[in-house]
Write a protein that binds this ligand. Structure first.
Ligand SMILES: Cc1cc2nc3c(=O)[nH]c(=O)nc-3n(C[C@H](O)[C@H](O)[C@H](O)COP(=O)(O)OP(=O)(O)OC[C@H]3O[C@@H](n4cnc5c(N)ncnc54)[C@H](O)[C@@H]3O)c2cc1C
Length: 359
């Protein structure tokens, strides 16, 4: 331990990722405030060490050899509220637990984050892949982020447009070396109506007979629980990184060809059975989970100590005692099956440190 900065040596990352996989971080720092982040960056710079930023480790695949550099874990807390016209601005520090923030805004009667209930991880990571679920994304309410510019060590404010948010993507995800997010500000609507846009959610709410904010939050959590998409230590599908692949977005004619092929091959009886949604620029978003199952990869399939979630074909799970190498072999098998069957290249959703798919 180096006294001034409390930099730890060789910290196993498996216990900091929801997959519970991955080797050690060569150096590790828990950053409790902005000064720790800047000092950590300076310390690594002096040593020529690489730096990676860690939140809750719920969207992360770490290689078995670990990370050969400094991992800075974001644990700083603090939430501020400020009225702004007919909105309320909520600024939360990067280390705040995301779902606690969502719960708090729902209890206060502020709409804007309710459908993002039950997503693991911390606030600072939500802009990274423009977290989204059940018809809502943080891009709809994010106003700005405060960040350390790793090139200059200056603290900057980036507005939403500068974050370049799109489907499970952002400037930050494409340029992981550039910024450390310190806090994020969201504009929410007091007494606003919840966003009920997702057919499955709408059906569940109609059955309950209530569409108010707390019911939306509870229902989203229940729908997620049924798919093992919330963190639950008792769930046999519990060790995962959520969806392992993104839903592919393809040209309209390619989507038509996939539908035609699925019908010709007897995988779908009609066009209606192939789930797809309109995406930007006239393109079409396909359901990765559907493609995986129809490519012959069944829910619950196992390969050694890893497997496909028995609740959701899109989640790969670690059953314990496994390795990242096994997980990557499984991921590659899934990817290759979908490519062989549909000609579609699935792209992983999590971030990889010291690991990659063969591709
Ligand atoms: C069961 C389960 C369900 C999930 N469901 C969803 C879902 O419905 N929708 C969805 O979008 N995601 C989902 N995810 C993925 C994940 O929860 C989110 O992406 C979440 O925002 C990751 O937060 P984290 O703090 O765990 O980030 P980490 O996994 O720690 O980090 C992810 C990436 O963000 C970077 N990062 C983290 N914090 C910062 C920061 N402060 N500054 C700069 N970079 C940073 C890291 O370097 C890394 O590249 C799910 C995951 C699990 C395990």
């Amino acid at each position: 331990v180096i006294p001034a900065l409390d930099i730890l040596d060789r910290v196993p990352l498996a216990r900091h990722t929801t997959l519970e996989l991955g080797g050690p971080a060569r150096f590790y720092l828990r950053a409790k405030g902005e000064a720790d982040v800047i000092s950590g960056l300076e310390w690594a710079h002096r040593r020529g060490a690489a730096v990676a930023i860690l939140g809750g480790g719920s969207n992360l695949v770490v290689g078995d050899d670990g990370y050969d550099g400094l991992v800075i874990e974001m644990v700083q807390c603090g939430i501020e509220e400020q009225a702004r016209g007919d909105r309320v601005l909520i600024t939360a520090a990067a280390g705040e637990e995301w779902d606690e923030l969502v719960g708090r805004t729902v209890s206060a009667g502020f709409s804007g984050l309710e459908c993002l209930s039950g997503i693991p991880g911390r606030v600072g990571a939500t802009p990274i892949q423009n977290v989204g679920a059940y018809g809502q994304e943080v891009s709809e309410t994010l106003v700005s982020v405060r960040a350390v510019d790793r090139e200059t060590l200056a603290i900057v404010t980036l507005d939403r447009d500068e974050c370049e948010l799109s489907y499970r993507d952002s400037f930050f995800k494409r340029h992981p070396e550039r910024y450390v997010i310190l806090s994020a500000t969201f504009a929410l609507t007091p007494e606003g109506a919840p966003a009920v846009r997702y057919a499955e959610l709408e059906r569940a709410l109609a059955q309950i007979g209530s569409f108010d904010l707390p019911t939306v939050r509870e229902t989203v959590v229940e729908l997620r629980r049924a798919k093992s998409m919330i963190l639950d230590g008792a769930d046999p599908n519990g060790r995962s990184a959520g969806s392992f692949f993104m839903n592919p977005i393809v040209a309209a004619q390619d989507a038509d060809a996939i539908v035609a092929r699925a019908i010709a091959d007897g995988i779908a009886a009609s066009e209606r059975e192939v789930p797809r949604w309109p995406a930007e620029g006239g393109r079409v978003k396909l359901a990765a989970g559907w493609l995986i199952e129809r490519a012959g990869i069944a829910k619950g399939m196992r390969l050694g100590n890893v497997g496909v979630s028995s609740k959701h074909a899109l989640a790969l799970v670690h059953h314990g005692g496994g390795s990242t190498r096994e997980l990557l072999e499984l991921a590659e098998r899934v990817r290759a099956a979908v490519e062989a069957r549909f000609g579609v290249q699935l792209v992983p959703e999590p971030v990889f440190w010291g690991a990659r798919l063969p591709m």
